[in-house]
Design a protein around this ligand. Structure first.
Ligand code: SAH
Ligand code: CA
Length: 220
């Protein structure tokens, strides 16, 4: 009907969810608990989680890097999709947020798949590279401090295998990226990352208007 992406009305968005969401009970509970958290808006949407879980299965992903855990929605849904010997290297700096995540990893029976690194993600990425983890990851998910997005890009690409996929969240930043009067460090960080990916001939990419904008990058 159109060569443009459909604008979702609230009714159509409800319909989309009603005919597609298959959210496991443990994630319904995690989402309910997180909805009462003052930073609840940081959580990915359930339909985005389901898409990421499908990608894990489609691509046969085994080893994942996550930057930005919060209360654990994305890590739990990805861990549930991984095979029994799958692994997630999870990065966050906040003990309170991630203690909630750890409770749900237990409840979902996936805690043995997740290795939490409580440190600034740049430190963990450098540590992984020093330890020889270059080209060992099948998937990476960038969803932490937006001002560091451009700094996370290169180490993530190095850590991915050829054919591995990088997902970057919030690339549309609630529309702020397109408002040139907004120039805070987070919005600028996302704009710079978007530009870097777009111009990088070492990767294939697509920006998907799912949730707050999700860029898929495939390392060639
Ligand atoms: N993926 C999560 C949402 C992440 S919110 C979900 O699905 O719910 C962003 C997270 O990034 C927060 O938990 C915050 O503590 C973390 N963060 C912020 N700065 C960071 C840094 N420098 N290194 C690692 N994590 C950071
Ligand atoms: Ca996010």
């Amino acid at each position: 009907m159109s060569d443009e992406t459909l604008n979702l009305t609230p009714e159509l968005y409800q319909y989309l969810k009603s005919v597609s969401l298959r959210e496991p009970d443990v994630l319904v509970r995690l989402r309910e608990e997180t909805s009462r958290h003052p930073r609840a808006a940081m959580q990915i949407s359930p339909e985005q989680g389901q898409f990421m879980s499908l990608l894990v299965k489609l691509l046969g992903v085994q080893k994942v890097l996550e930057i930005g855990v919060f209360t654990g929605y994305s890590s739990t849904i990805v861990a549930l999709a991984l095979p029994d010997d799958g692994q997630i290297t999870a990065c966050d700096i906040d003990e309170d947020f991630t203690s909630i995540a750890q409770r749900y990893w237990q409840e979902a029976g996936v805690s043995q798949k997740i290795n939490l690194n409580l440190a600034p993600a740049l430190e963990t990425l450098n540590k992984l590279l020093d330890q020889g983890a270059e080209a060992t990851y099948d998937m990476a998910f960038i969803d932490a401090d937006k001002c560091n997005y451009p700094n996370y890009y290169e180490p993530c690409l190095r850590l991915l295998k050829p054919g591995g996929v990088l997902l970057v969240d919030n690339v549309l930043w609630d529309g702020r990226v397109a408002d040139l009067s907004i120039n805070d460090v987070d919005t600028d960080g996302i704009r710079r990352l978007n530009q870097l990916v777009h111009e990088d001939s070492r990767v294939d990419m697509s920006l998907i208007p799912l949730g707050d904008g999700l860029t898929l990058v495939r390392k060639k």
